[in-house]
Ligand binder design. Structure first.
Ligand code: ATP
Length: 162
């Protein structure tokens, strides 16, 4: 997938607006630090899928407070995303396992929420293949933040001029 180029902001807002439509009972907020569009080195469908899986979990594991907060920024090399919910959260032990295939925190409870425990393992695989990263911060009954980093597309023409 080395040469894929995707406009990050465009895809983020597209997914975000779809979630707003699908879940009108939720409050979705964005904190966007990007002044202009940035290009990320990933196939568009894959970036979309990553966002959908994480946002879908944020909605699925929310409790009373139906709110999902997204923050977007970048450094020289990477796009930095954080998706935060205020739902059931998870323990440290579970935080280490949620990226494993078929892992689900509470099998009985989780069953009525649907899903196989595959979503985050797919996200992890995709990010690995694009040299991205994912990290989770969570605390029980407080909520969860998933942080995703993805490499920006470097302007090859400029570096070739040297
Ligand atoms: P699916 O295969 O449909 O994605 P899933 O949600 O069970 O099902 P994952 O997305 O891989 O699978 O998530 C694994 C587990 O991590 C979930 O079952 C859930 O226990 C926990 N989890 C994921 N996201 C959150 C979140 N935002 N808050 C709390 N727990 C979460």
């Amino acid at each position: 997938y080395k040469n894929e180029v995707t406009p990050a902001k465009e895809v983020i807002y597209q997914v975000f607006n779809n979630f707003k439509m699908l879940y009108p009972e939720f409050k979705f907020t964005v904190d966007d630090d990007l002044k202009k569009e940035v290009m990320i080195a990933i196939y568009r469908d894959h970036f979309e899928q990553i966002l959908i899986i994480i946002m879908d979990n944020a909605v699925k594991y929310s409790t009373e407070r139906k709110e999902v907060h997204l923050s977007v920024s970048n450094n020289k090399r990477e796009l930095e995303l954080a998706i935060q919910d205020f739902g059931e959260g998870m323990t440290q032990e579970n935080m280490d396992k949620v990226f494993h295939r078929f892992y689900r925190v509470d099998k009985a409870r989780a069953r009525d929420k649907g899903g196989n425990g595959l979503g985050l393992s797919i996200v992890q695989k995709l990010l690995d293949s694009y040299n991205g990263q994912i990290m989770v911060e969570s605390s029980l009954e407080q909520g969860t933040i998933f942080r995703v980093d993805l490499p920006l597309v470097v302007n090859e023409e400029k570096s070739n001029e040297l």
